[in-house]
Design a protein around this ligand. Structure first.
Ligand code: 9D3
Length: 257
């Protein structure tokens, strides 16, 4: 996948490709990250990318022309049909469903804004999708663009090892994680739960599921309905002659799975 980020701070976003899992995807040429700086598409001596808002008020607005020229240049670096995605507090909340959709693309252009906002006509003319990380205030879109790249890179075929991929699949069930422990078996009076030292893998799996459900119920109850639906679908897909057409199958319509 080719990702092109339109940003005034290219050094900041390039860092996401230098570490850990994303770094490995870049090294394996599964992912390529490039940047386009709107400041390189100005024609005045001050290389101006912002201006005062029409209608007055505080702050500055990113100008149309340098951004439009930068996006046009960025389009030449990604496959045809790649979406232009603007990171903005006004966007739709970013979640794992969107991560999966983006991981199926051959490329994407991520637009990271600064200042109070971007001239709305640029969004209308060039942007396919607006995404937000959530209801808190960042100083610009760069960290959000890096979060999108990190989340998407993990799902690209070949990025994770077989081990990591299997774990990713088993936790794609929409619940919070169970607690984790490693050696030693006691730290300043706190012991690892006995069940984890028992060697009984069936019992350990049950305990972990119970913990994951308990934490999800306590901390994120809104996760439970879709987690339950996903689990039912997973179980259905393990059954013989599993029916993916959406047609009712009388023999397993009791809802007991
Ligand atoms: C203090 C300025 N805000 C008035 C309420 C508006 C505002 C403008 C620009 C707030 C944040 C930003 C910059 N943020 C992003 O570009 C951004 C963002 C975010 O702030 N929160 C969550 N997700 C995202 S994605 C891009």
């Amino acid at each position: 996948m080719q990702v092109q980020i339109v940003t005034l701070f290219p050094d900041m976003v390039n860092a996401v490709g230098e570490y850990g899992v994303v770094g490995r995807a870049v090294d394996k040429a599964i992912l390529s990250i490039g940047t386009t700086n709107p400041r390189d598409f100005t024609d005045d001596v001050h290389r101006t990318v912002d201006d005062r808002p029409y209608g007055g008020g505080p702050g500055m607005v990113m100008k149309y022309e340098p951004l439009a020229a930068a996006i046009r240049a960025a389009r030449k670096e990604v496959p045809a049909g790649s979406p232009v995605i603007c990171l903005t507090p006004q966007g739709k909340r970013f979640d794992q469903v969107q991560v999966e959709a983006l991981a199926g693309m051959a490329g994407m252009i991520l637009l990271a804004g600064r200042y109070e906002g971007i001239d709305e006509r640029l969004i209308e003319a060039e942007v396919d999708l607006e995404l937000s990380l959530g209801d808190f205030v960042l100083s610009g879109g760069e960290i959000a663009a890096m979060a999108v790249i990190d989340a998407v890179a993990r799902l690209l075929p070949g990025t994770l090892g077989d081990d990591e991929s299997a774990r990713q699949d088993s936790f794609a069930d929409g619940l919070l994680d169970h607690p984790h422990y490693t050696r030693p078996d006691e730290t300043e009076g706190r012991r690892v739960p006995d069940v984890l030292l028992s060697g009984n893998h069936e019992e350990i799996a049950r305990w972990r599921l119970k913990e994951a459900l308990g934490r999800s119920f306590e901390r994120r109850p809104e996760l439970l309905p879709s987690a339950s639906l996903r689990r039912q679908r997973a179980i259905s897909s393990w059954l013989p002659d599993n029916n993916t057409s959406g047609t009712r199958r009388p023999s397993v319509s009791s809802g007991r799975v």
